[in-house]
Design a protein around this ligand. Structure first.
Ligand code: SP5
Ligand code: ZN
Length: 341
């Protein structure tokens, strides 16, 4: 399987994350991608290629223009205020407040953020842009007939909604790739999100659409980030009704329980008969992930990779989360090798 990878991921190198009331070194850090690409090379998974540049249009096909303009200038605008730390919101348009978009950067941060653990700093936009190009290049390969490709995106994307960033995500790489496949002639795309966290951004983007099926297995939002989306009763709206399917799972879910939910998800995907599958691949379901509560073991990732391959669909894997950094390369590549066996 070909891997698409850009060294520009390193430009996303924020120094702080708000965690437990303290500013800590971010869980989503550059070494994540280094461990994964090292493992890809160590097992000879296949060629590693640089992304092509598809420009801004495919990003603007998914995201609100005002939101992207905000991301482009947020760090400069923040610095212009003379603040010493990295950019983070401190105020939100909460219940019954105005939704006018403020002028001041502190107001705009609150308007466009869905969470404040994720800071914006130097290079954030450049890395997020490169990650989207990685996903687009992977989609291009699958569109051209590759049975599978791995878009090693960093920063991740599945929490980024039409006009919101957060959860370490800025541009929704999987959604940008899905739209690209549709634009290239696919009629239906399925997105299977196996990251520990609910893919609220992807769900938001395709909520009212029937040309993208969104299926997610994740920690129950009653107990896990992003807390405010991902319940089983969210099934899509309007034309998109029944094209969103959520499997929230409780703390300490083991592989047997997780795999049973995956089996149900795969039946829905098969029935939908998509032209291609996008897997939002987060390996934060691992038993020792520092911020998650599922109990998958390394060999389980190989097993479920093979389960996904059973669909027989052209498949683009798009990297999302995973924070047990020492094991992230093994677990990620186990899925890809399990798929190829
Ligand atoms: C892409 C992705 O995986 N994003 C995840 C963002 C999660 N950020 C908030 C984490 C809050 C974790 N609280 C964990 C408590 C652990 N005891
Ligand atoms: Zn996650």
């Amino acid at each position: 399987m070909e891997t698409i990878f850009s060294e520009k991921h390193r430009l996303r190198n924020s120094k702080t994350e708000l965690f437990g009331g303290e500013l800590v070194e971010p869980f989503e850090r550059p070494s994540r991608a280094e461990y994964i690409i090292d493992r890809v090379r160590a097992v000879n998974l296949g060629p590693v290629s640089e992304p092509d540049d598809f420009g801004m249009d495919p990003i603007l096909a998914i995201h609100d223009k005002g939101f992207i303009d905000f991301l482009l200038t947020a760090w400069t605008d923040w610095q212009a205020e003379g603040f010493k730390g990295e950019a983070m919101p401190t105020v939100w348009p909460a219940r019954r407040m105005s939704t006018h978009i403020p002028n001041h950067i502190e107001g705009r941060l609150g308007y466009y953020a869905l969470a404040c653990e994720t800071t914006i700093s130097d290079g954030t936009w450049e890395a997020a842009y490169a990650a989207a190009q990685v996903a687009l290049t992977g989609a291009e390969r699958v569109s051209a007939g590759a049975p599978a490709a791995f878009a090693l995106c960093r920063p991740p994307g599945h929490h980024a909604a039409i006009d919101m960033y957060g959860g370490y995500c800025f541009v929704n790489n999987a959604a940008v790739a899905a739209q690209h496949l549709l634009d290239k002639g696919a009629k239906r795309i399925a997105v299977l999100d196996v990251d520990f966290h609910h893919g609220n951004g992807t769900q938001d983007i395709f909520d009212a659409r029937d040309d993208v099926l969104f299926v997610s297995l994740h920690g129950d939002p009653m107990d896990a980030f992003p807390h405010f989306l991902g319940h089983a009763d969210e099934t899509g709206t309007g034309k998109g009704e029944s094209f969103t399917i959520n499997y929230p799972l409780p703390p300490n879910t083991d592989f047997a329980t997780w795999r049973a939910a995956l089996a149900k998800a795969l039946v829905h995907i098969k029935d939908y008969a998509p032209d291609a599958l996008i897997v939002s691949l987060g390996v934060d379901t691992f038993e020792t992930d520092p911020i998650s509560f599922f109990k998958l073991q390394s060999e389980d990732f190989s097993t479920y990779g093979a389960d996904i391959a059973g669909l027989g669909l052209p498949t683009l894997f798009v990297m999302e989360g995973g924070y047990d950094i020492e094991e992230i390369g093994i677990n990620t590549v186990n899925v890809l090798q399990g798929f190829e066996q």
